[in-house]
Design a protein around this ligand. Structure first.
Ligand code: GLC
Length: 716
């Protein structure tokens, strides 16, 4: 009977009790083993198998290199995972199961658009649904834990990993962080179709100087708390099971070695109860940062700073026992780390269900309903930036040229961080347009030759020109110094423009790039990102009006690389009118929150429910949204707030609410936003949260230039 066995083996017991019972039974070596994550390749399999048998491994990452986002990785074979799990569960003294981790960043077998595109939807429900599908497919492949969502605020698109986050705004990123954590973990991460989430890369990784990955970041404490920490705070409040410490140095401390960041802020101030895993070998890299003399010193610093699990470098496994014997690390800190890891394993139900049914995947992976969702999301994430009356195209179009370097592309459409998507099953844009328009003659270059592309364009009635970047040009370690399209594409756009035919520029990229005048003056400009397994179909749905382009920009698009960093929520300055360049306007090319649909909307009649509220009070701001066009459509109503006078300089405006509003032609609806301390407060000097008295200005509109304005006062 279960009741007769040890408490930790009894699922009816509370997790905390099971953890304590198991901890008291563990030797120091077994405790240290739980903090050790390994990867398995043929060359090390025998050694790792033996280490697992000795209780020296707590987790396996299903990857073979730290560039998992940019290079092919091993597939997660269920039988292989079960084989090594069986050794941990059935051949070790305590039978503690391994936790299997993998980078499921924007989908598993069904690849969704890149996270930056998911952010463009301004739609928590769909983001949660996408991450729930990713969890379902990953769990069926034996994955217990995904190293996502990536929550790094990014204001510099030169940085390759801008692709992987939710953009520049802390409010949008926070709401989507909650959606992603709920999508992955559900209400009970022990459910067979859920996985543990991991908020990464803690913290400030997106502020890398020069947009160069892994580089130093300098962030003031108020900006750290008001901007970069915000999505992590939201993820912790949503119950995220793990956090990953980042590679970089923040303000002179490597994130993986910072007690201030990992313990004082994350565990004490934010109250994080899960466990911290270091990024790939970032414990050992404390030696490269020159804050650790050697690997042993690195293990000591990282553990005492608050890292609970060491990803693949082996420093913990090699040195913690000796450090413990010498009293160089606290036994209490070691136990705390083990408690956190064991707590996650109990909450995941791994002791009750350590193995995965090898047949489970066939039932869920790339399921029709998953593909349909991915197609719908690709359309909703696409941002229409220009439309001079050409879109949506009629399906009666006769001769359509679909050309450009990405017209026949499959792999690039999947985007960065794709480990389990199948390239061969990814439709090209040429194929998708032909499918949506079966009666049209589709003209496309048979070879990647621009002269042939131009000939096809010249023969056509309308041209769809697919430009952009490959999946390998962004993501980890893939930065650019110039935010331009890859070589030759600007010229191709100009050449097509020279034909003076209706043409649509479709941009498939993982970051904003600066577009030339010809692209901006095309008949239409659709920013489709890297749109995933069903992206081509989603784009075709938008081009021919079967879906509306639903996206709004989750980050600011600059006019030139020289404008970077540029973001809408910049702070006030002493000479606002004098922030200029001599050689071009200082304003963005396209604003945060902007994007067009296939109808038009107005915002009017803004109302605040109270002229004055207390510092802990709430009010509602509402406005009337009207569809003034001839088609049904959807807009993203956005609410921006400014603290007019404060004790520190505050942003000129900040997003504090958004809602998608679908209206029939001529229909109006009032949209309302609740504003309270969470929206009106900020972290001021000494890291103190406060709502300060005084007037606030609020705007409601269609993007970050919204000018429908009202005011209210927070009383003393
Ligand atoms: C990589 C990435 C991180 C990823 C980890 C495991 O270097 O920085 O995002 O989760 O290693 O692949």
């Amino acid at each position: 009977m279960i009741e007769d066995g040890p408490v930790y083996r009894n699922p009816t017991q509370p997790v905390a009790r099971r953890v304590e019972d198991l901890l008291t039974r563990m030797t120091p070596a077994e405790k240290i083993g739980q903090l050790n994550q390994v990867f398995v390749v043929p060359e090390n399999r025998e050694q790792i198998t033996e280490l697992i048998r000795q209780g020296g491994v707590g987790s396996r990452i299903i990857a073979t290199s730290h560039l998992a986002g940019s290079t092919e990785q091993q597939a997660a074979e269920v039988e292989d995972l079960n084989d090594l799990q069986r050794i941990a569960v059935e051949e070790t003294r305590l039978g503690i199961p391994l936790i299997h981790g993998r980078d499921i960043i924007h989908g598993h077998r069904t690849v969704f658009p890149i996270p930056l595109a998911l952010a463009a939807m301004f739609d928590e429900a769909l983001v949660e649904e996408a991450f729930a599908v990713a969890a379902r497919e990953a769990a069926s492949a034996g994955v217990h834990w995904s190293f996502a969502p990536m929550l790094d605020i990014a204001r510099d698109p030169r940085w390759g990993r801008v692709v992987e986050g939710f953009g520049e705004d802390p409010y949008l990123a926070s709401r989507l962080a909650i959606a992603a954590v709920h999508g992955f973990q559900g209400d009970d991460p022990a459910a067979p179709d859920r996985v543990l989430a991991c908020a990464k890369h803690y913290v400030g990784y997106g502020a890398a100087e020069g947009g160069r990955d892994y580089n130093t970041a300098e962030i003031s404490d108020t900006t750290l708390r008001n901007v970069y920490l915000a999505p992590f705070r939201a993820a912790v409040d949503a119950g995220v099971g793990s956090v990953m410490s980042a590679f970089h140095d923040l303000n002179g401390e490597p994130a993986t070695g910072s007690f201030y960041l990992l313990t004082e802020i994350l565990k004490h101030e934010l109250g994080f109860q899960g466990f911290v895993v270091s990024d790939w070998a970032s414990v050992a890299e404390l030696v490269n940062h020159r804050v650790a003399a050697d690997r042993c010193d690195a293990a000591r610093i990282a553990l005492m700073a608050g890292v609970d699990m060491d990803m693949v470098c082996g420093c913990f496994q090699e040195h913690l026992a000796g450090l413990l014997e010498r009293g160089a690390i606290d036994a209490a800190r070691l136990d705390d780390a083990v408690r956190r890891v064991l707590g996650a394993k109990f909450r995941l139900g791994l002791f009750e269900r350590p193995y995965t049914d090898p047949q489970a995947g066939a039932r869920v992976r790339f399921a029709p309903e998953h593909r349909a969702l991915a197609r719908r999301i690709a359309a909703r994430a696409a941002v229409l930036l220009e439309n001079r009356g050409l879109l949506p195209l009629t399906k009666e179009a006769r001769r359509i040229a679909v050309i450009g370097p990405l017209a026949q592309e499959r792999r690039a459409l999947l985007g960065s961080w794709v480990l389990d998507g199948i390239i061969a099953e990814t439709q090209t844009l040429v194929e998708a347009v032909a499918e949506v328009c079966p009666q049209a003659e589709i003209l496309s270059a048979s070879r990647a030759l621009s002269d042939e592309m131009l000939m096809r364009a010249a023969e056509a009635d309308v041209v769809i020109l697919a430009v952009g970047e490959s999946d390998a040009r962004n993501g980890e370690y893939n930065n650019v110094a110039e935010l331009r399209l890859p070589a030759g594409q600007d010229e191709l756009i100009e050449a097509v423009a020279g034909l003076e035919k209706p043409f649509i520029v479709v941009v498939l990229s993982g970051r904003p790039v600066v577009l030339n005048r010809a692209a901006r003056q095309a008949s239409a400009l659709l920013w489709a990102w890297h749109p995933g397994s069903m992206g081509a179909a989603g784009i075709a749905d938008v081009l021919f009006g079967d879906a509306e382009p639903g996206g709004r920009l989750p980050l600011t698009f600059p006019r030139s690389t020289g404008h970077v960093p540029i973001h809408y929520n910049h702070r006030s300055t002493g000479r606002p009118a004098m922030s200029r360049y001599h050689d071009m306007p200082a304003t963005p090319l396209y604003r945060f929150g902007s994007g067009l649909g296939y109808t038009t909307f107005t915002f009017s009649d803004i109302v605040v429910s109270a002229a004055t509220i207390a510092a802990d009070g709430h009010l509602t701001v509402s406005a009337l949204v009207t569809n003034t066009g001839l088609r049904a459509g959807e807009t993203v109503a956005q609410c921006y707030v400014r603290d007019d006078v404060a004790s520190i300089t505050r942003p000129v405006r900040e997003l504090k609410g958004f809602a998608r509003v679908a209206l029939a032609p001529g229909e109006s609806r009032r949209v309302a936003f609740d504003l309270g301390p969470a929206e009106l407060g900020f972290y001021g000097r000494h890291g103190r949260w406060r709502v300060e008295p005084g007037t606030f200005t609020v705007w409601v509109g269609a993007d970050s230039s919204a000018n429908l304005e009202a005011r209210f006062t927070v009383a003393l």
